[in-house]
Write a protein that binds this ligand. Structure first.
Ligand SMILES: *[C@@H]1O[C@H](CO)[C@@H](O)[C@H](O)[C@H]1NC(C)=O
Ligand SMILES: *[C@@H]1O[C@H](CO)[C@@H](O)[C@H](O)[C@H]1NC(C)=O
Ligand SMILES: *[C@@H]1O[C@H](CO)[C@@H](O)[C@H](O)[C@H]1NC(C)=O
Ligand SMILES: *[C@@H]1O[C@H](CO)[C@@H](O)[C@H](O)[C@H]1NC(C)=O
Length: 511
């Protein structure tokens, strides 16, 4: 199996990546660098295999070994501190241990690989590498051949150092749409083949997977997370949209020799960056430098995401705030909130950034979706409060990874109903507030596992039906408020007269 791969590896060229960021999808912070995809000079992409001009592709990165300063792979700058490359560059098939960050350096703004020094080119140092967890060195398939390199610090942007954007599925791809591959065109096998000193670019047409499945060797490599393009080349595949350059693919294989760079009768296979935007976004968020200031008077810890570029659509967060008892680090943040942020999703990576959070709050957001992964990985989370959002549906499993949940407030939003299984993994739930929503019915099974429930506040909804079974398991209830609903209006007994209250529900709110 491995030898079969070796044949193909011979043709492996350098890798680049693709990214699309639409400016309105970006996470913006005061110090964030959201720019990407600028092509500083429009190149004439007519002649395939044409030598690239200097400064033309400012997101190309050359990976070089520290030991001998030899070039071994290409990469793509996707933020001021991240480079996207192929996993096999850092850990090849059969290679038991990956390269370590100290074994290679990154040359940015590089053009002529043979020139030791070039004005405007800088050397950056990898701080951390993250190979996609699904990359399997023992499998023939090149699924998830993608890796992210975090650079120490941030690099200054200039005319020859500039990140590419990440292509996302919203941009779509037509069959035979053209992409541009740029690279130094090196094979992994330095002995058999020489890379060129100067990068080249070539235009390729993207073809559907069934077309390239017809080729047996190629078929052995591709997966649902790769795509094919007709032609041969060495590099990442970039596409242009709205005047910006986006990385769409990281090349993993070409079927013929790299010498035939202009042979357009064969196929190349690319890792489809579009399929990994969530993974990249998550890694970005985890690695984000936060500028956090502690305000002694208010005991508040305010964080501005510095290089947070979340390539997930509709996430836009410029400031995150948190509280902790003393000025320490992210691990000491107990309370975290987003306020007045125009974002449809919660940002990725909050559990990793603030692992010891006790309360997670979001107020006055345009939040439309919350999901299980938003709340997975916290050790001590007991409170979640989302107010003034645009939430309509809450997936049943949203809180399954928060067994310690005591206080849940989902208020002043558009929530229409609650799944009957929403709280089956919340045995500690004491307080459930969902006032000012659009709820019409309450299923009697909703709180069947919540024996510690003490307070329910659901005033100002549209309740027409309330199943009395709702209260049979929660023996500790001390406060229940259903004021201003369709079936209960002005007159509302105090909770202490629980039987009166139940009688009213029975007569007004039963089916
Ligand atoms: C772009 O390239 C053209 C020639 O190819 C050159 O005349 C022009 O000055 C370049 N522009 C920039 C901004 O480098
Ligand atoms: C690249 O650099 C080498 C070594 O300095 C030099 O000999 C060669 O001419 C350069 N190539 C180009 C295209 O500038
Ligand atoms: C954060 O501070 C705590 C002490 O409050 C310390 O134990 C921990 O190692 C620190 N973490 C980092 C990442 O500096
Ligand atoms: C929020 O973003 C959406 C789309 O990105 C935009 O249409 C809307 O005007 C924004 N709202 C505010 C309050 O900025």
């Amino acid at each position: 199996m491995i030898s079969n791969v070796a044949v193909v590896l011979k043709f492996l060229l350098i890798l680049f990546a693709i990214t699309q960021i639409q400016s309105d999808n970006l996470v913006e912070g005061p110090n964030a660098e959201n720019q990407c995809g600028l092509s500083l000079n429009e190149s004439e992409l007519v002649n395939n295999g044409k030598v690239v001009k200097t400064n033309e592709w400012p997101f190309l990165v050359a990976l070089m070994y520290v030991a001998d300063m030899k070039f071994f792979c290409g990469g793509t700058l996707i933020s001021r501190s991240h480079v996207l490359t192929a996993a096999h560059c850092l850990q090849d098939k059969g290679q038991e241990t990956p390269l370590t960050p100290s074994q290679f350096v990154l040359h940015l703004g590089k053009y002529n690989l043979s020139a030791l020094y070039e004005p405007g080119s800088i050397t950056a140092f990898p701080e951390k590498i993250t190979i996609h967890p699904k990359w399997n060195i023992r499998q023939v398939k090149y699924d998830s051949d993608i890796a992210l390199i975090k650079i120490y610090g941030t690099v200054p942007l200039s005319s020859n150092i500039y990140p590419a954007c990440l292509w996302t599925s919203e941009l779509g791809v037509r069959n035979y749409q053209t992409g541009t591959v740029i690279g130094w065109g090196v094979t992994k096998d330095q002995l058999k083949s020489q890379h060129q000193s100067i990068p080249r670019h070539i235009e390729l047409k993207i073809v559907t997977n069934p077309v390239c499945y017809e080729d047996e060797v190629i078929a052995s490599l591709i997966s649902s997370r790769t795509f094919c393009a007709k032609g041969i080349s060495g590099g990442g595949l970039y596409m242009k949209a709205n005047v910006k350059w986006f990385i769409k693919g990281i090349i993993l294989s070409s079927l013929h020799t790299d010498e035939e760079i202009c042979d357009d009768e064969s196929y190349s296979v690319f890792t489809d960056v579009t399929k990994f935007t969530n993974w990249i976004a998550k890694e970005f968020a985890i690695e984000t430098d936060m500028t956090c200031k502690f305000d002694l008077h208010r005991e508040m810890y305010t964080c501005y995401p510095k290089n947070l570029v979340i390539q997930q659509p509709y996430v836009k967060v410029s400031v995150m705030k948190g509280y902790h008892s003393d000025q320490r680090n992210n691990s000491d943040v107990n309370v975290f909130f987003l306020q007045r942020q125009n974002t449809s999703y919660l940002p990725h990576g909050i559990p990793e950034l603030f692992p010891n959070l006790r309360s997670y709050c979001a107020y006055e957001t345009n939040l439309k979706h919350i999901q299980r992964s938003d709340f997975s990985g916290f050790q001590f989370l007991t409170g979640i409060e989302i107010s003034e959002s645009e939430l309509v549906n809450i997936p049943a499993d949203t809180f399954y990874d928060v067994p310690g949940l005591k206080y849940l407030r989902l208020v002043k939003s558009q929530i229409a109903s609650f799944d009957v299984d929403l709280f089956i993994n919340s045995p500690n739930l004491e307080e459930f507030y969902a006032y000012e929503n659009q709820i019409e019915n309450l299923d009697g099974r909703l709180f069947r596992k919540n024996f510690n429930l003490e307070r329910i506040h659901m005033s100002e909804n549209k309740l027409k039906y309330i199943d009395l079974d709702l209260f049979t398991h929660s023996r500790k209830l001390s406060y229940v408020n259903f004021l201003d609903n369709t079936c209960i209006s002005e007159f509302y007994p105090k909770t202490i007269y629980f039987d009166d209250f139940k009688a009213i529900i029975a007569s007004n709110c039963s089916m």
